[in-house]
Design a protein around this ligand. Structure first.
Ligand code: ACO
Length: 329
């Protein structure tokens, strides 16, 4: 028997029906399908439409599907952690709204905000509750309604992001498989390159901040691009070393889907075979906290028990890291 590890024992994801294509974006801003495909790898993204529907709507769909798939009741869940950058409201936490929406009446719940690294940070946090023996069934949700903070007149950001998310169930396992360890990082000085200017306590919402479009994502793309490649590849190398692994030992690399060129540069820097890198950015764009669980869900059928999987992300903050796990089923 090895030590108790937190293992992902089920995964599910949900994306809204409406698809915003590059062709439609061409009618909204001065861009082209060709520019978007070659610069980002994105062909389309899903957008959540509908009055009053926020990130919890995505999370509730993902969690309900997860519970159904696993055949367990919501009342069996001990804890729900939701990683999101686009909470339904400043408070209460979106995790609480999801918890209520699915009927997880015995769970406590809270949010984690680490932008595009949110799912990774939440997974690491959740794994400790399982390893400590405190809880047996923990759900981690990664979901974002990025369209709620995107300026659809700004061609530098509106082409990148989409809405969607997923959820995983973590349970204790003693056969050695599950979450092994990670290397997580933040550098707050990176905030100048990627942030939302207003709507928080430093600059509360006013008619002026709304008129100045300060409630949308501000991004200086180039420094973010460079820091993402450096941060993700160095975190992956750190975690490989920590686990005495060579890159060839990995079965899969699941990177946050930021930009196809970032993913290819990271793959190149760590020298991993192309077919081991999970990529679906062409269909979803960058769903922030949603990308990694959506990838896990889409690739679930390809994973085998014991597969060596590296997750890695980079996001606003700056936040970045890598987490190594072996697949449990
Ligand atoms: N269509 C056509 N032209 C465009 C578009 C567009 N949608 N957007 C920018 N351009 C133009 C620019 O105006 C510029 O024109 P100029 O040369 O006349 O000045 C030219 O294209 C090149 O612009 P760059 O910004 O240098 O383009 P770049 O190749 O860097 O691509 C991008 C921009 C896609 C934003 C890239 O920098 C990127 O992906 N950055 C990282 C984004 C990211 O991954 N963020 C992750 C975290 S997100 C989070 O945490 C919430």
């Amino acid at each position: 028997m090895s030590k108790v590890r937190a293992a992902i024992t089920a995964v599910n994801a949900w994306t809204p029906e409406y698809i915003l294509t590059n062709a439609e974006l061409e009618t909204m801003v001065d861009t082209s399908d060709e520019w978007i495909r070659t610069r980002t790898g994105i062909h389309q993204r899903h957008i959540l439409k509908g009055e009053g529907l926020g990130t919890s709507h995505i999370g509730i769909h993902a969690v309900n599907g997860l519970l159904e798939k696993k055949g367990i009741a919501a009342t069996e869940i001990d804890l729900i952690i939701c990683a999101t950058t686009t909470p339904d409201m400043m408070f209460p936490a979106t995790a609480n709204i999801i918890s209520d929406g699915v009927g997880a009446t015995k769970a406590f719940s809270y949010d984690i905000n680490a932008a595009c690294s949110g799912f990774l940070f939440a997974l690491e946090t959740a794994s400790k509750f399982i390893e400590s023996g405190a809880y047996k069934k923990v759900i981690v949700v990664g979901a974002d309604k990025m369209s709620s903070i995107i300026d659809y007149t700004d061609r530098t950001t509106c082409i990148i992001f989409g809405d969607g998310g997923g959820a995983v169930l973590l349970e204790p396992l003693e056969d050695g498989d599950g979450i092994q360890n990670s290397s997580l990082h933040t550098d707050g000085s990176g905030k100048v390159y990627l942030h939302q200017k207003a709507g928080g306590s430093a600059k509360p919402a006013t008619a002026e901040t709304v008129a100045a479009k300060e409630h949308f994502v501000f991004q200086d793309g180039r420094p973010v691009f460079k820091a993402a490649v450096k941060g993700m590849s160095s975190a992956i190398n750190t975690v490989l070393a920590k686990n005495n692994l060579a890159v060839n030992d990995l079965d899969w690399l699941i990177p946050h889907q930021a930009n196809i060129r970032i993913l290819k540069s990271v793959a190149n820097m760590i020298d991993i075979a192309e077919e081991k890198v999970v990529i679906n950015i062409e269909r979803y764009g960058n769903t922030t906290s949603g990308t990694i669980p959506i990838c896990l869900w889409e690739w679930e059928d390809k994973f085998k028990k014991g597969d060596k999987i590296m997750l890695s992300a980079f996001g606003g903050g700056f936040t970045w890291g890598a987490l190594y796990l072996t697949w449990a089923y």
